[in-house]
Design a protein around this ligand. Structure first.
Ligand code: HOC
Length: 358
């Protein structure tokens, strides 16, 4: 049972067991052979720590801050589509849990719940993930809704002009169940039409909404639409990190949970060159494979200000709705605290590259 789970792997097992094949394959799949999906976790696990001894660790402070928002510990919720596949309370439950844990919820453009409702649930702890749509007026409207709902940052996903090929979803024709919709981009009536037209292969429909021609030169358009900070999610190289900073953006290191370009570098392996290129001029975040407090510390040691949970939050949501996500976050917070203490660190400011074996 959920209350007895002692780590995120046990919550994952509970969550997986509650999902039907359609939902499970959508959440769990990586692109093609899943090399990058696995590398995210393996590369975190194989990094070795250099703990220091005889440090006063009687008081441990796990607090952090992202774009001026205080966090109880350096972990947020990454955007992921369709929380309604996991639980009836969908994104409202995830947002409530994030707020209760002093975290931050990043709502996907492809959520099942409108941002106005999620904004209420998140109680100020809200970022909004943006796909730039071919319909710029619709994009503009979505940005305005995000601002009016209290989002404190726009997280622009830059690694998915096309969706990677998640072969299990192709094989079994992933479909959004009829009771769910994607209210930022399409009405349920239009969706019903698409399902009839395409045999429920919504992936193709959704990916055609996204602007595939958007480049660095177009970022000025986005900048002109909002005064919110812009975070570019999906950066994996020093070159793109430099461009992001030149364009006034913050940087989110991610390979989309291994769902896009298979054999792309793992998130944690890309982090050092990105952090070095940014060199303190912007904030740096990471998602990809984080399931342990030590993973969080390793990312912070390599230059991330915070890390974000994608699938881990979805497993919690599937396992027990809001309570499942809360438990996921609480277990991880306790692990971060213990990992800090056993590393001989009193707080995250003391965590640097000297914590890692070269
Ligand atoms: C059916 C696809 O980021 C993912 C999401 C993309 C959402 C588009 C909808 O599946 O990785």
């Amino acid at each position: 049972a959920l209350a007895e789970a002692v780590n995120l792997a046990e919550i994952e097992a509970l969550g997986r067991a509650r999902l039907d094949r359609n939902a499970l394959e959508y959440y769990a799949s990586g692109a093609n052979d899943g090399h990058t999906l696995r590398a995210n976790r393996e590369d975190l696990a194989t990094l070795r720590l250099r703990p220091r001894m005889l440090v006063d660790v009687s008081h441990i402070d796990t607090s952090a801050e992202v774009l001026g928002l205080p966090l109880d510990f350096p972990v947020g919720i990454a955007p992921s589509a369709f929380h309604g596949l996991a639980h009836a309370d969908a994104e409202r439950a995830t947002a409530r849990a994030a707020a209760a844990a002093g975290s931050v919820m990043t709502l996907s453009t492809f959520s099942n719940t409108p941002i106005e409702e999620v904004g209420q649930a998140a109680a100020g702890r809200l970022w909004f993930q943006l796909y730039l749509l071919r319909d710029r007026e619709l994009s503009r409207a979505v940005i305005a809704r995000a601002e009016a709902s209290g989002a404190r940052a726009l997280v622009f996903t830059v690694d998915a002009p096309y969706l990677g090929r998640r072969e299990a979803n192709e094989r079994h024709h992933f479909a959004l169940p009829p009771h769910l919709s994607a209210p930022h981009v399409v009405s349920r009536a239009e969706l019903a039409q698409v399902e009839t037209d395409t045999g429920s292969q919504l992936t193709h429909y959704f990916q055609n909404l996204v602007d595939k021609a958007f480049t660095w030169n177009d970022l000025g358009w986005l900048r002109a639409q909002t005064r919110l900070p812009i975070v570019l999610k999906g950066i994996l190289t020093a070159e793109d990190a430099e461009l992001a900073v030149q364009h006034g953006c913050h940087v989110w290191v991610s390979n989309h949970g291994g769902r896009q370009l298979d054999t792309a570098v793992s998130a944690v392996a890309a982090l050092p060159e990105v952090a070095d290129a940014v060199a303190g001029r912007a904030e740096v975040y990471l998602d990809g494979g984080v399931t342990r407090g030590t993973d969080v510390l390793k990312a912070v040691a390599l230059g991330a200000r915070a890390v974000f949970l994608g699938r881990a939050a979805l497993w919690g949501l599937a396992a027990g709705g809001e309570a499942g996500v809360r438990q996921t976050l609480e277990l991880l917070r306790a692990e971060v605290r213990l990992a800090l203490a056993l590393s001989g660190k009193q707080n995250l400011r003391q965590v640097g590259r000297d914590l890692l074996m070269r």
